[in-house]
Design a binder for this molecule. Structure first.
Ligand SMILES: [Zn+2]
Ligand SMILES: [Zn+2]
Length: 128
């Protein structure tokens, strides 16, 4: 599978028992199914192992937004996480595959973690 953003190759990677995704050997971009992304968010430390790409390169490549799905070749659409609207990523209208630049998954995961802490603190505070 070829990387849609650089001349690199997307290689299959597994993490844990349920996570199978493709990772670019050049830029560290990730390509996975939406349900796999949910599993990745749940898996402790997954971002350290899976999202080890060059973040600087990732943010440069984040500017590249006319890409085709590495799996089916149709143009991907820019979309954002419903809970974290500042994080944009590409999603395929056909296979629903998601492409994340290097560093984006860490962002997504870390923010989810922080949101949870915020919710916890909110919940712990008695209503005045
Ligand atoms: Zn790449
Ligand atoms: Zn696709």
């Amino acid at each position: 599978m070829r990387c849609p953003k650089c001349p690199g190759t997307m290689l299959a990677q597994t993490y844990g028992r349920k996570i199978v995704l493709h990772r670019c050997d050049e830029c560290g971009g990730l390509f996975c199914a939406p349900d796999v992304l949910l599993e990745m968010k749940r898996e402790w430390m997954s971002e350290i192992v899976l999202d080890s790409g060059n973040k600087k390169l990732g943010s440069v490549l984040n500017e590249v937004d006319d890409i085709n799905c590495p799996d089916c070749g149709v143009p991907m659409e820019k979309t954002y996480d419903k809970n974290q609207t500042h994080i944009w990523f590409e999603s395929c209208p056909q296979c629903e595959g998601i492409y994340l630049d290097a560093g984006e998954f860490s962002d997504l995961k870390y923010d989810t973690f922080m949101d949870r802490i915020r919710d916890f603190v909110k919940g712990a505070r008695p209503d005045a």
